[in-house]
Design a binder for this molecule. Structure first.
Ligand code: SF4
Length: 85
């Protein structure tokens, strides 16, 4: 059985570190955060697509540095609460 695909979510582009080998170019990125309302709307739309429920094996929160997002607690969900597709 094939592994389920993952859903990558870009939480922010920038980072508070400046690693020379950063593959995300985070030290050069503008300060920008994922819009939480837009994210919730996208998840709801995705969950409403027939056949998508249970499609993703896991969600990866990407950056930059995702921990810099001031509303990260609203982005991280209990995966059993039904809000994930
Ligand atoms: S995103 Fe990772 S690799 Fe890039 S600057 Fe930040 S800590 Fe370093």
């Amino acid at each position: 059985m094939a592994a389920k695909p993952k859903l990558d979510v870009q939480v922010c582009d920038h980072c508070n570190l400046r690693c020379a080998g950063c593959l995300h170019f985070a030290p050069l990125a503008e300060k920008r955060f994922l819009d939480v309302n837009e994210y919730e709307r996208d998840l709801s739309r995705l969950a409403a697509v027939e056949g998508v429920e249970g499609y993703f094996g896991f969600v990866t929160l990407m950056g930059g540095e995702p921990l810099l997002h001031p509303r990260l607690g609203e982005i991280v969900h209990d995966p059993t609460d039904g809000s994930y597709a």
